[in-house]
Design a protein around this ligand. Structure first.
Ligand SMILES: Nc1ncnc2c1ncn2[C@@H]1O[C@H](COP(=O)(O)OP(=O)(O)OP(=O)(O)O)[C@@H](O)[C@H]1O
Ligand SMILES: [Mg+2]
Length: 331
């Protein structure tokens, strides 16, 4: 059996504030195999980006911390203990990330050409002319119009969608073994979106790349992911194969998310919405974090946060199912 390329265990990440440490991500565990795609979904503020930024040690050092027993292993090698410098080498080479915010991740005072060409020269040892040719080719592939002109420009001279595509071109061109794509297609129109999804799939097929795909777009997840991890308020609340999850969501939050997808087939006047909002980090309930918004909540849900339990080969954090779990010591 193939070895996992990435294993994340007990990931717990917090931010310092005047009132103490608040955890944005807690008890996140997953394993990623080469050539597979894990989709991460959940409402805004649920900890999707923090999960991925923690894995790459990209959170600001001054106000964040990753708890001691958190572990992120790539090919069995622990990444949480690596220095910033070592991580720098791994990023953009073995692991590439497409960031949610294209403006902050491109360097505003460097032309696109400089930002694209140099990594090719450093990581793939190409000559400047070859690196330029490859860069132009990649820009064409992600649908940038007049790449010859655009490559000479600075990030602020491009539209948001174009910047996003430059970043995607840069991430894909380093042939990563792991690609983390945080809302890669949100700013793009549907035709370009389909093109980007196709490019990511091509890369995956060619190099057996493992992909972590964060998106609000359940359509993109349905197309790309093999497995889906649903996050709510910093916790994983459900993890299952794509088919199982779409056909039979277990967690009340997942049910709500899926029910909120507009459907042409369903003849309804109003779209379903999950009432309420995600609790803030400073104000996490003691019990289940979804409890206040859950139509199935029981008194116990207010008292303790259920653990992620295993049921029918999938994982769910909810007392509705955990009740049925065999307790330790049971046969
Ligand atoms: N640098 C930071 N300093 C302090 N708090 C932060 C920082 N980055 C994120 N957070 C907090 O961590 C929580 C999780 O944020 P995160 O960016 O992971 O959400 P997300 O699931 O990616 O949301 P979205 O879908 O809007 O991108 C939020 O409450 C956010 O305010
Ligand atoms: Mg995010």
């Amino acid at each position: 059996m193939a070895e996992p390329i990435l294993e994340v265990r007990n990931l717990k990440t917090g931010f310092y504030s005047k009132k103490g440490i608040f955890y944005a991500v807690e008890d996140v565990n997953f394993t990623l195999m080469p050539g597979r795609t894990l989709g991460i979904v959940g409402e805004s503020g649920c900890g999707k980006s923090v999960t991925c930024l923690s894995m790459l040690k990209l959170l600001p050092e001054r106000n964040s911390l990753i708890e001691e027993n958190s572990s992120v292993r790539m090919h069995g090698e622990e990444l949480t203990k690596k220095s910033r410098r070592e991580m720098c080498k791994i990023r953009g080479n073995e692991i590439a990330m497409i960031f949610q915010d294209s403006m902050t991740s491109l360097n505003p005072v460097m032309t696109i050409e400089r930002q694209m060409v140099e990594p090719f020269m450093v990581h793939q040892k190409l000559s400047r002319a070859e690196a330029r040719r490859k860069s132009l080719d990649m820009l064409k592939k992600v649908g940038i119009p007049s790449p010859e002109t655009k490559i000479k420009q600075f990030p602020h001279q491009l539209s948001g969608g174009q910047r996003q595509r430059v970043m995607i071109a840069m991430a894909l061109s380093c042939n990563p073994q792991v690609l983390i794509a945080d809302e890669p297609t949100t700013a793009l129109d549907v035709t370009i979106q389909a093109q980007i999804v196709r490019l990511m799939k091509e890369l995956q097929e060619k190099l057996d790349t493992a992909i972590i795909l964060i998106t609000h777009d359940l359509g993109v997840v349905a197309e790309m992911a093999d497995e889906i991890m649903v996050m709510y308020a910093g916790n994983v609340v459900e993890k299952a194969g794509k088919r199982e999850l779409f056909e039979e969501p277990l967690h009340p939050y997942t049910k709500g998310l899926l029910a909120s997808i507009p459907s042409l087939a369903k003849d309804t006047d109003r779209l379903y919405t999950i009432e309420g909002v995600v609790p803030s980090l400073q104000d996490m309930p003691r019990g289940c974090r979804f409890c206040d918004r859950c139509e199935y909540s029981m008194p116990r849900c207010r008292e303790e946060n259920p653990a992620l339990g295993r049921i029918q080969g999938r994982e769910v954090r909810c007392f509705l199912y955990n009740e049925k779990q065999p307790k330790e010591g049971d046969i």
